[in-house]
Structures are given as C-alpha cells and as structure tokens.
Ligand binder design. Structure first.
Ligand code: GLU
Length: 449
C-alpha cells in the first residue's frame, strides 16, 4: 500500500505543477487518486503505460471567444470552454455551465469528476464538461438567446453524436438547450438530436430528464439509509440550492414523507418549519426566474429568510447540498454533526470541502459523493440518447423506472466495492474505485491512445 501511495505521489505532484492555480481540479484529482492505492496494489496492471497520467490529462481542451450584443447594442465578450476529458467508454458527455465563476480549472474539475460518474452509470459514456464565464442573472431572454447562439457558433464544430454530447448544468436549462440546438441545426443543416441532451420533448427530449438528477439522488439516498436500517419517512431535511437539482430532490423527498424545511439561493436561505411548499419554489424559480427571498415575502411571518448565516446552522437529520462546489465547510460539518445529522448525499458536484468530508467520516455519518448521488441526470441523458438513436419515445414511468434501477445499481456497486476493498460503508472509495476500474479497463484495452 505504502509503495503505491509513493507511486501516486509523484504523479500527483506533476499534475499540481502542470496545472498551476487550478485549485478545484487539484481537489478533485486528490480525492480520486487518494482512493486508488488499494486498487493499484491488487491490480498493478491498471497503472501500466502511464494510465493514471493519461487519465488526468484531458484528451482535448477548447477555449474560445464568445462575442455577443446586449440589449443596449453593446458588444460583450465572454470566454467559452469545452474539455473533452476521456472517451474510452463512449463519446465525451457532460453539461455546460454558464456562471461568472467559470474558468478552466473549474471545467477541468467537473470534466474529471464526470469521467467516473459516467462510468458508474454503466452506460457507454465518456466524460467532458464545458461552459462560459457568462452571468445569465438579470439578462433578458433575447440576450440569453444571442449568447447561446454565439456560444454554439464555435462549439458546433467540436461536438457530435459520436464525439461529444453536451447538456445543461448551472445556468443552462431547457430554454438554453433549445437555443443551442436551434443554432446547431441551422449551422449544420442536420436535425441531429443525439448531439445534445436535456432537450424539450418537442425536439427529441426525454420524459423525466428534468427531474432525473433530483429524483435519482433520492433513490440513491433511500438505499443508502436502508443499509443502516433507516428510512426516509419522518426525516427532517435540508436541501441547499433552488435550481434544477434542488427542486426535484425536494419534490421527491416530500412525496416520500420527508419534511424539507430549508433551501437557498446564492443570496440567502429560507426556513419553513411547516415544510417547503415546492410548487411555490418552482413558480418563483422556474417561471419568474426570481430570488428565493420572494418565498418569504409571499408566505409571510411563518417563514424566515436569512441572508447572513449558513443554511447548515439549521438542525436536520438528513442533508443534500445541491447548490455548488465547496458550499459546505468544516464549520458547517461540525454544526451538522452536533445537531444530529445521520446522512448526507452530495446533490451538487463536490459541494463539501475535503475537511468537511473528513469530519462526517470521523463522526460515522453516512456520506455519499456527488459522482454517485447525482449521476441520475447524466444517466437519463444516456436514456435520451438511446431514444434519439432508435427514434422512440418512452413514457415517463418507463424512463423513471429505468432511472431508479440505474441508481440502485450505482448504490450497490459503490457499497460492494467498498466492502471488497475492506472499507465498508466508505462510498467515496467505493465510487472512485468502481468508476476507475471501468475506465482503466476500457483505456488499457484501447492501447496507448
Ligand atoms: N450537468 C450534469 C452533471 O453534472 C448532467 C450532464 C449530462 O447530462 O450530460 O452530471
């Protein structure tokens, strides 16, 4: 074990030196490589031919200019990214994020995570990610459309059903996917539905894709709780965020008898002790594209809106952070443990800092990483691709059924892999090792490419 740790250390050092300043990427690589020494001990062949070094270097990275014109006639310039990280298991697959924080390091962290997440789904998907440092907040629908068109004017030459298939992420939902698909179609003169997922039902989208990440997270969570004899019914939950992942996580939790008492946006959070009214949250966020503080205004004094504290100060038994990376710190983790948290599943990608994760593990809290918990979104994207390829449309129930089976399989694969490698209950190691093994075998079988 020690030897293999030593073997991985120089690789890790080289990655840090070669990717200066990309701190989220470093964090993600540390987390995955930190799990791999037991597997390299048992299977030294997985590290042959510089496999780990190849795995940590994207196949291709595209950075491009996005000029567009705002409603005042001003020319604006943003920076676009697409990182095609690994295509050993299938075409690169992963979302597009539009957020002012986007930079190469963030896209690489997300693309790297996506490789293992996609491998865990068991579907034929490689890993990739993209986006732009564009802030959609306060932009009109016309501005969003012009931006998406300019973004796709460059991206279209790099993607394709057999190459790389984008989808949504933070700041990119059904509306943006529609604008981008429209521009792709215009530029290529091809109605190639399999080139992008998260499409509207009218353009070859899949039932349950919108709900998939949130519903999938709950299916995973339910199964994880059962390993310790707990059930969802009667739990008191906090789900941070109020975007696509949070909304459908909350909706599913409520339908299974959970009381969800708090959610948030980047300005603050609401606490509704009567249980969140998810239809109202949806109306505020999906229809009005407004702030979560509206919820408190509309509900009156029974609801608290808090802008100057952490949502994780509110006591709960289960937590699903579903906002963004590193939103939950070591202080938050200590507070949650003190307040009686029994389980946490990451709905967002890497929402807990490494220090917070360590505290949960020391305290014996059930903990599952984003690459397993939130894989239902990309898994349903794969179902959308399947329907596009066969020109079929499955019912909502059929699609959701498939999703729940995939999530249960992911859970069991992580759980069993952790047991097999003598780390029972450690879903981080289970997810990293199981995902790695699939990718490593696929890469080795393709030769040095
Ligand atoms: N952005 C989502 C994720 O983080 C979905 C990606 C996709 O459907 O391709 O997994």
């Amino acid at each position: 074990m020690l030897n293999n740790k030593n073997k991985l250390t120089p690789i890790l050092n080289q990655i840090m030196q070669r990717n200066v300043g990309e701190k989220e990427f470093h964090q993600a690589v540390h987390e995955v490589l930190g799990s791999l020494s037991p597997v390299i001990t048992r299977h030294p062949e997985y590290a042959d031919d510089a496999l780990i070094e190849r795995l940590c270097e994207p196949e291709r990275q595209i950075i491009f200019r996005i000029p567009w014109i705002d409603d005042n006639g001003q020319v604006c310039v943003n920076r676009g990214f697409r990182v095609q990280f690994n295509s050993a298991l299938g075409p690169c697959k992963g979302g597009l994020r539009f957020h002012p924080s986007v930079n190469l390091g963030i896209i690489k962290f997300l693309g790297f995570e996506q490789i293992f997440k996609n491998a865990l789904t068991g579907m034929p998907l490689g890993g990739g990610k993209g986006g732009a440092d564009f802030d959609p907040r306060g932009r009109s629908a016309r501005e969003i459309m012009r931006f998406c068109q300019s973004f796709m004017s460059e991206l279209h030459r790099h993607i394709g059903e057999y190459t790389d298939v984008p989808a949504g992420d933070i700041g990119v939902g059904g509306r943006e996917i529609g604008y981008m698909f429209g521009q792709f179609k215009r530029l290529t003169n091809r109605y190639e539905t399999g080139v992008i997922t998260g499409k509207d039902l009218l353009h070859g989208g899949s039932h349950a894709r919108t709900e998939a990440t949130g519903y999938g997270a709950v299916y995973f969570f339910e199964r994880m709780l059962a390993t310790r004899g707990h059930s969802l019914e009667g739990q008191r939950a906090i789900v941070s965020g109020s975007g696509n992942v949070a909304i459908y996580t909350i909706q599913k939790l409520i339908s299974l008898g959970v009381k969800v008492i708090a959610c948030s946006d980047s300005n603050g959070f609401i606490v509704d002790e009567a249980g969140i009214d998810i239809d109202l949250v949806r109306k505020i966020k999906e229809q009005h594209r407004s702030r979560i503080s509206e919820y408190a205004k509309l509900k009156g004094s029974s609801v608290k809106y808090v802008a100057d504290r952490s949502i994780w100060d509110v006591p709960c038994t289960i937590a699903i952070p579903s906002a963004t990376q590193n939103e939950l710190t070591d202080d938050d983790a200590r507070t949650l443990v003190k307040n009686g948290l029994i389980a946490l599943g990451e709905g967002a990608n890497m929402p807990c800092t490494p220090e917070a994760v360590h505290i949960f593990q020391e305290a014996g809290v059930l903990f599952a990483p984003g690459k397993a918990v939130n894989a239902g979104g990309v898994a349903t994207s794969a179902l959308e691709m399947q329907q596009n390829a066969s020109r079929e449309r499955w019912t909502f129930e059929e699609t959701e059924n498939n999703l729940s089976k995939i999530m249960h399989n992911i859970h069991d694969l992580c759980y069993e892999t952790a047991e097999k490698y003598d780390m029972p209950g450690n879903y981080i190691s289970g997810a990293n090792i199981a995902g790695f093994i699939r990718v490593a075998e696929a890469m080795q079988a393709l030769g040095v490419v």
